[in-house]
Design a protein around this ligand. Sequence first.
Ligand code: ADP
Length: 749
Amino acid sequence: MKFNITFLRRKVARRILMLFFVCALLPITLLAIISFNHVTKQLRGQSQRRLQQASKAAALSIYERLLFLEAGMKSVASTLTMGNGPLTQSSFRGLDEDLRRKFKGLVLVSDTGNHKAVFGEIENPPKTTGAESHHLSAGRIVVSSEHRPALPTRVFMKMMLDPQAPLQGVLLGEINTQYLWGSGYEDTLPPMTELYVLDQSANALISSLPGAESLSEEMKARVALSVSGQFEWRLKGAEFLAAYWSIPLKYRFFVPQWTVVLSEPKADVLAPVSNFKKTFLLVILLSLCTVLLLSISQIRRSLIPLNELQEGTRRIAQRDFGSRVAVTSGDEFEDLAASFNSMARRLGKQFDALATMAEIDRAVLSALDTEKILETVLNRIHDVFPCDRVTVTLFDQGRGVPRTYVKGSNVGSKTWVETFPITSEDVREVCAGPEGLLLMDHEAPRSLAPLFGLGVKSLLLLPISIRGRLSGIITLGHLHPPSYTQDDLVQAHQLADQVAVAIHNAQLYEETKNQAIELEKSNKVKDEFLSVMSHELRTPLTTIIGFIEMIRDKMFGAINAEQEKALEKVMMHSKDLISMINGILYATLLESNAVKAEINDLKLDPFLEDLKSDYAIPLDKGLSINWDFAAGIPPIRTDAAKLKHVLQNVINNAIKFTETGNVTVSVRHFPEARTVEFKVADTGIGIPKEKLSLIFEKFYQVDSSQTRLYGGVGMGLYTVNKFTGLLGGTIEVESEAGKGSVFTVKIPY
Ligand code: ADP
């Protein structure tokens, strides 16, 4: 089986797993540590108490044996003092055999230092010290010991044969240590227990552990420190528990005191606990595995439904409302999945309704025709609000009687129009506010009865209010009582509001359209008038100018200076008049789109020379015209007449609005941009910055009071701008009041 743990990437999974671990392992571990410590303490305490008991028992038996030895020695002494005459082997024949087992040897040491063996032998007998002699002469026993490196310690017992007659000598016995410490003492001790007997100088009298003699110093220190009679010590890394019992011997046996120490390796004492430790680790490991397996299976069981739910949410986010979440865990997850599915179903329904609503809204708002708007509402409203009959009544259409558009519930059913005698007041009486009303047929006033057609039992009335005025009503008729939710009602009212906006838009559009038609008509009349007037004025004016010229040229006879001056004035005003008429004519033609560019090849050299020649006549003011253009510009494709009109107008303006200085006409060719640039710069009155954008408008003059001074009607630049546009070019102006202006015309080719 493949062990898939990818689910552990999830935070929830990790959290649950952690929880399992903490809840399951922490208490076990804590409990184990506490019990381990408790048991260890108990075991140690018990063991030390046991050792103390045992050391007391061992000390008492040693003391007992010393008493036996004393008794044995005393009986020998009495035997010896009772017998008169010299001491022979036969004198001890009566001695108990047992005494021979207790003493290795027994000798009588006379005051002269002669040794006489009672039995056995004593090599290198110890000397009797003054203090000992004093003790002996009091009739008491002296026990002493002799330490020999790497050899067992020898223990001696002495007594005066007769304290009354010290000259009889001292009875000296070397105690059989095997007897003293208890022959085969190992068996009498608890298993694994070591015995040490230390003398007053902490020398080891006996040690069951080989090599422990050297430890006597440490042991002495420990014994001195321990008040309770229990202590711990170390030997070559091993730890031991120990307990001791001191035998006070000073009074009876002169030797200060012997201390019996029993010791046991800690490892042996705590062996059950260390076994428990191993078992405990095993238990921990086992519980770890169990927790792991159980938690993983539990997490998987919880995560699978969670995954399903998450997938379901993702599908809903992608607007897949049809898919369902399948969870059969038999727990709360299954309930959650069921709720989720029902939520998805509801969401799907609402989304469909909203989408349809949006579609209707779009269709309604994009229509600019009231009939079309109503048609859309009547045809589509069933998709959102299932009903058996829809009507839309409009009260205010300027048609006198309100029209009611009716449609049945069948898909293919036609819309028909009725003229029910319903007024906006009738509706307002029923539903006072804009929020509409669900009306049952028996509650409805008579006036609204016509709306209950086709057996409709209830009507949802949705008022259409335009600018706060009740302008119509939508009714949704039902054969059976409907079950609208609050959301449905809100949506229905929103739809009615959209219809109101759309109808209002359509009405506005219709009004604007009518106005535009009217405007176009009046414009046409104006254009026709202007065109006719211009024609009618231009012809006689041209004739007038022609005759004036003839008179001025004295073709009809001589004229005097005054007449000539008057003629000049007539001539000037006539020319102004004709240029004004031309301007109006051009503007009229341009507005009626009657002017078209006639594009042909144009050689610029002769064109510019011709233009220049028009200004060859000297001007009657201190002004010079400079021409700056190089020959050899390749031919361009443009409308020569319109270009000439543009340039003439700009040059004429420059001359007109400049009193002194100069007017410079320059031409540049830009082959890469395939453009020819005409620049007309003057040093005249200039144009204020804020007026620059206005000078291309019809009849605009920067300062109309100057008209009298300079002439013109403000149509020149309008025509210039339009013509430049027709040629695909641009016109720009830079100017500063009082300094002059620069007009730049760029013509592409
Ligand atoms: P107009 O027939 O009055 O000259 P235009 O359309 O040709 O009409 O010019 C409009 C106005 O622009 C003029 O009345 C004048 O105020 C201003 N204008 C045009 N060209 C110049 C110029 N070169 N210098 C100063 N003002 C100018």
